[in-house]
Design a protein around this ligand. Sequence first.
Ligand code: LRH
Length: 452
Amino acid sequence: TAPTRVLAVDLGATSVRVASVDLDDDVPRVEIVHRWAHGPVEHRDGTLRWDWEGVMAAVERGLDEALAAGPAASIGVDGWGVDYALLDRDGALVAPPFSHRDARTAGWREVAERLGPAALYERTGIQLMPINTLFQLAAHDRDELARAERLMLLPDLVVHRLTGRDAAEWSNASTTALVDRASGSWSTELLEQVGVAPRLLPPIDTAGRRAGTWRGVPVHTVGSHDTASAFVAVPGVPGPGTAIISSGTWVLVGAERDAPVITPDARERNFSNEGGALGGTRLLKNVMGFWMLEQCRAAWGDPPREELLAAAAGAELVPTVDATDERFLAPADMDAEVRAAAGLGQEAGRGEVVRCVLASIAAATARVAGELGTTTGARVEDVLVVGGGVRTDLMNGLFAEHTGLPITVGSAEATALGNALVQGIALGRFEDLTAARRWTASAGRPVPWAAV
Ligand code: LRH
């Protein structure tokens, strides 16, 4: 029989990738067929938006290249969360989609106060953060909203462009803070409270379904939220005491649960209950991730990452900052912001700043892992790490040092891999999630303590 080769389109906030995975291989291998580096761009009105034409061109080019190399059994699409596009009556973009780092959400706390933070949390189970789709929409340009006939989350929009499917996949919809967690549907009330006509939202559906075809190849829905896909492809079968870290542009720290944990304690600690790719909940918190390092590099004129990491590995002990603080979301100068927060003067070298960033991420991660134990009543005993960040040994080592727990790192391309696994389940290649994870477990490696 022909190998089960599937293609995973993975929209990352710093690079769009099209990957090929042969699900019949002995070990999981993700081959990146096409990669397009990008980032939020300043629009002519001064706002931060995405170059959507560029994203779509990269997707189609990557799929073309992948299909030129051989046949594929299926295509799946995932991407970063919370961002959306508005489409007009002809299905064209009303304007380029905003980045969640755009400053228009600065007044988000007032919106939260108006809606009632406790009620908001009880209804959605989502951590209150400025980037939530809810707060983005509350601050969205009213003229643009008035011209909209459809609102689509970005990975859904790619599927729509490829196949015509008009729906919102559950895992990503659940992260918007616009879904009523009890009913699993869009909250008409919340949408109206932020001035969005509920009819703009497409129906919610689930991962693992056939969405249509592109050039004759079946397209399946997958965990369209990249974090949901990354959690699918962890190196092992997580137990109740397993914390999972998706280490990348953001560092997402969480654990899997069968049902949402929407308690006063979870609210107090601002934990999110995001929908799993194949059901269940990711109880999780966002920590600022490698974005902080990349923005420091940008402020320094892009010196090689390896040099900075080597300097950081040899740096003196440094103070840490709170890597969950929104001041690090999109500061004008990340280097200056970190130095100010940490009390590091100009005499501190770049190595110290980078060390401070990575140690701060690790400290916040360890704190969240501890809180997960308190909130769920199941102490965290081991940690699985996936995502592009696993390539940075110093970061892995700092996770081990700060959590004091055994750490296993898995695939740097876990997002694409998880996307591929859900396609594999839809195709009948894997019986279920556990069977799929047994395959990815073979790619795990323990992190030696001595790495720091
Ligand atoms: C990670 C991620 C995260 C969201 C953020 C916008 O890529 O999807 O889960 O909170 O980007």
